[in-house]
Design a protein around this ligand. Sequence first.
Ligand code: M6R
Length: 614
Amino acid sequence: MCSVVGYIGMKESRAIVLEGLSRLEYRGYDSAGFACIDPDDNRLMYAKSEGKLSQLVSRLQDDPIDGFAGIGHTRWSTHGASSEQNAHPHFDCHKQISVVHNGIIENHHELKRQLEAAGHSFHSQTDSETIAHLFEAALTGARALPDALKQLVGRLQGAYAFVSLLQDYPDTIIAVRKRSPLCIGIGEGQMFVASDMLAFAGKAQNVLFMPDESFALVKKDGVELYSFDGTSLPFTVQEIDVTWDLYEKQGHEHYMLKEIYEQKTAIHDTVDFLHSVKDRVWDDLGMTAQQIRDLDSINLIGCGTSWHAGYIAKFFFETICMLPTQLHLGSEFRYLPFFPSQKSMFVAISQSGETADTLEAVRMVHDCKMPTVALTNISSSTMVREADGFLLTQAGREIAVASTKAFSTQLTALYWLAHRIAHEKKMISLEQLERSQEDLLVAAEVLENAIENYKLLIIKELAPRYARYRKMLFLGRHSSYPFAMEAALKLKEIAYIFATAYPAGELKHGPLALIDTDIPVIIFSHQDSLIYQKLLVNAQEVKARGGHIIAFAFDGQSELIELADVVFEIPRVKPLLGPLAMTGLMQFFFYAIAKELGRAIDKPRNLAKSVTVE
Ligand code: M6R
């Protein structure tokens, strides 16, 4: 959610920390801050500001503090408003301990009460400040830093990652991780700490993903790693094989636009990858071929866009390999009954592999000894490490907060997985499995061409026209209903236009009352002739009440095409891949509306890319 970055080495830290923060700004952008140790007198210095990182950068130009050890933060508010006062770093009473934090300290009310009673005074409304004061208390009387840290983490409840810089230990950055992601970049004579290794990609050669419930003392020449009980831990590092250049906008105005255009390639890469792992895929999933043959159901879970991908995939699994499929919402999972089964598998869908709600569900299900699989885009994510197995999409890093290519590659992988299971169960032949890969490539082609075909019309006419509306109603049926939900989410999050999705058959049970000239109705069609006929009836219901229709129709759906006020006509693909084929055009249309409205497309207000708090 928030991002934390730290640097210690022979170079001055400010520019390095600020660059790291700017690479991770997708994680939060309500306020930002920086702290460093003054190399002349070893004093702890800091600057913070409300708003985006650029405001902190300007502030630091006027007050250019710097040092060889520095930490920084960009915030996505949970406790306390977005303000300079609540911006990180936070400090102890004597401003000698600085802390930048991602996550939530669940028992902070109680801790704050105790600390205040002991004479500590607080300056923010955040839960994070508690860490600094508690650290101050723990250091009093502790023999060494690891003892104090052991005491500190023993009192903190919740999921958190924080980095701390202390005036009394100018050659050390402290990194602490419990459930929230944190990694250490290992260079020569320099070390980095960050919520995501993207912050130091290209600068450090190796990365250490901190194990859960561990803390580290990071010095420029070495790292000491400890478990929460104070035991020293051995560790191995991994080579970093990505560079930041890959993630530049490459001439596009926004990351979202770049990522919309990357979808055809991302789908191709995902199909190629899945094809290449087809013989060992059950090993990757942490299951045996026999377990797959014995499967009698599938469980899918996700949040937001990933949940929508799961909803569409339910149709894949139930149709292609005929397995009853239950879909769970990550944020609701732990409050509802769940019935674990050894004959099922629990597939957690998450672009980042870090979403706290989904991750917690994986942990719960894993504890029930039911097979868990992370379907994610990030091989180094916590979910991949904690689930029994994984299946990777090959979307490449997605930087824009709004998911685009992550969604289309999730659909790709899930469609393929349904076929691969069907093949394992001898329900389809190898040729049919291979044909499913071809079908995905055809859908990818259609996805890209549809954008090209309508791009100019959207930019010149449709985006300016529809940017004037304040609300829209989205309809679909069967698999085009969850697609309508995904479309409504996209419009809301990037254009700030209210949109709600309904299964079209439900219109007459209430929402038909909304129909008037102020609410465009967007209908996402389906290629199945029965479903299409039913959708047509719903479209007529809208028209009969003076409604205004924008239709995403498939070639030859002449009745819908005639009825609609605006039509996007899309070539036919395999019916279950209809949503995938419509994806690019839908995203481009809403991108153009958001652009017309001058919205902060890559970093919409109040949101963050990686939701690592529950
Ligand atoms: O990283 P995840 O896929 O687990 O993220 C889940 C949601 O937060 C995410 O899909 C979100 O809804 C999208 N960014 C919206 O476009």
